[in-house]
Design a protein around this ligand. Structure first.
Ligand SMILES: *Cc1c(COP(=O)(O)O)cnc(C)c1O
Length: 430
């Protein structure tokens, strides 16, 4: 597609402006060097001990287990929840076999793939408009449809805490456990408490584009020593205490290396600085877009302080030009005074900057095509954008996906570069 908008006078950025790239400070290298110098380069060492201690303290939970990825942490959290709910599985089965699990619909698929690893079946819960996370009303409807479900996996999208109290109340009433995916929300708080402390089991990520990074890595968080010990054991191939390799359970190679932990350790003192930078970026965008028919990704100002990991934009319905997205391609018709995510993302990319579509909802994904999807009106499968009530399209996730996008949110972006992005977006609506 070709945008017909006028971008004359604007120059491409000399250095690429990223969505969210790693920001190293120097201490990381010192901790990595220490690991080399002392030859603690494997999955044991002072860096691992330090990051587990420091992050447990920061987040406010008793135990942390450092793992190779956020996905690994979510896998073991989900497996553990399954074992607690349904008992130990046979070696060739997942702990969730035959059981449904309520999952966020609009999230990264790493949030919910562990349900499939454990042979469970994800039921997708629609999104609310106040924080773009799991809708408690839809969750309530889902319990009416599937009263036997005992596990809920929540996420805090783009670093914005969801409706935690409402969801915890519903979970409690139905005797369900919560796995909290705080991969995107390290440093975000809800009613003064850190995200990552709200699940029965929680997970965070140090993937390269997250607010602090180890280049990769993740962490499992819990208040239970027994659970932490179990996850540590599973993550190191489930060796039993014996003079040889004795195995009573299936194991995984999921432990964090002491090198990666050195990078994470060097990042922790800079978390607050990153939080401040991300917030400033969000606020500068909000100010810069005041005169456009768009809103920023919302949060509950009275309850929550997001970490502002990614700044996102949602185009008013009336200001959307026509846009059609197939499985692999988007088409749109450029229109005066209107725009759409495809046009804006192409424009941003053509000036050497990186934006991204909103996470495509899971119920729209080919791999999860046959899974159930519950909206607040009580159903939804196959109803994508099909009918509209006074609050707008009933399938909220598909609506936000259609009208929303992630803006370049790199904490090294200069105010001048950000003004350039803001100007490009203005031209898209001219
Ligand atoms: C990044 C991310 C993960 C996975 O973390 P990795 O460390 O990349 O495995 C899981 N869930 C969400 C929502 C994420 O954004």
């Amino acid at each position: 597609m070709i945008s017909t908008k006028d971008f004359s006078g604007l120059k491409p950025f000399e250095k690429k402006v990223w969505l969210s790239s790693p920001t190293m400070h120097g201490e990381e290298q010192a901790f990595v060097k220490e690991a080399f110098d002392t030859n603690w380069v494997s999955t044991v060492g002072a860096n691992i001990d330090a990051v587990e201690k420091e992050l447990a303290q920061y987040i406010g939970c008793r135990y942390a287990v450092a793992l190779s990825a956020g996905t690994a942490a979510l896998h073991l959290a989900t497996k553990l929840a399954g074992e607690r709910l349904y008992g130990r599985a046979k070696p060739d089965h997942g702990t969730l076999q035959g059981h449904k699990v309520f999952c966020c619909d609009m999230t990264f698929d790493a949030s919910i793939n562990p349900v499939a690893y454990e042979d469970g079946e994800a039921v997708f819960i629609d999104t609310e408009r106040d924080t773009w996370n799991m809708d408690p009303e839809a969750l309530e409807k889902a319990f009416a449809l599937y009263p036997d479900v005992k596990l809920i996996i929540i996420a805090h999208l783009y670093g914005t805490p969801g409706k935690i109290d409402e969801i915890r109340e519903i979970a409690k009433r139905h005797g369900a456990l919560i796995v909290e995916d705080a991969a995107e929300s390290v440093g975000a708080t809800y009613k003064g408490k850190e995200t990552g402390s709200f699940g029965d089991y929680s997970a965070i990520s140090f993937n390269g584009n997250k607010i602090i990074t180890g280049s990769s890595g993740g962490m499992f968080l819990t208040d239970s020593k027994e659970d932490a010990d179990k996850v540590r054991k599973w993550s190191t191939q489930s060796r039993e205490a014996a003079p040889w390799y004795q195995h009573e359970e299936i194991g995984y190679n999921y432990r964090m290396s002491n090198i990666i932990a050195g990078v994470v350790r060097g990042q922790i003192p800079h978390l607050q600085e990153h939080l401040d930078q991300k917030r400033a970026i969000y606020e500068r965008y909000r100010e810069g877009f005041k005169d456009l028919p768009v809103t920023m990704n919302p949060y509950e100002e009275n309850n929550a302080v997001p970490n502002f990991w990614l700044s996102c934009l949602l185009i008013d319905r009336e200001a959307m030009c026509r846009q059609v997205r197939g499985d692999n391609k988007a088409l749109y018709i450029s229109e005066k005074g209107k725009s759409c995510p495809s046009e804006i993302l192409e424009a941003i990319a053509s000036f050497n900057a990186e934006g991204r579509p909103i996470w495509k909802p899971m119920h729209c994904q080919p791999i999860y095509r046959t899974n159930a999807f519950v909206t607040k009106s009580g159903d939804g499968r196959g109803q994508s954008n099909a009918y509209i009530d006074e609050g707008g399209p009933v399938d909220v996730g598909a609506d936000i996906f259609e009208r929303g996008l992630c803006l370049p949110s790199d904490n090294k972006m200069t105010p001048q570069q950000q003004d350039g992005i803001i100007e490009i977006v203005h031209r898209c609506f001219a």
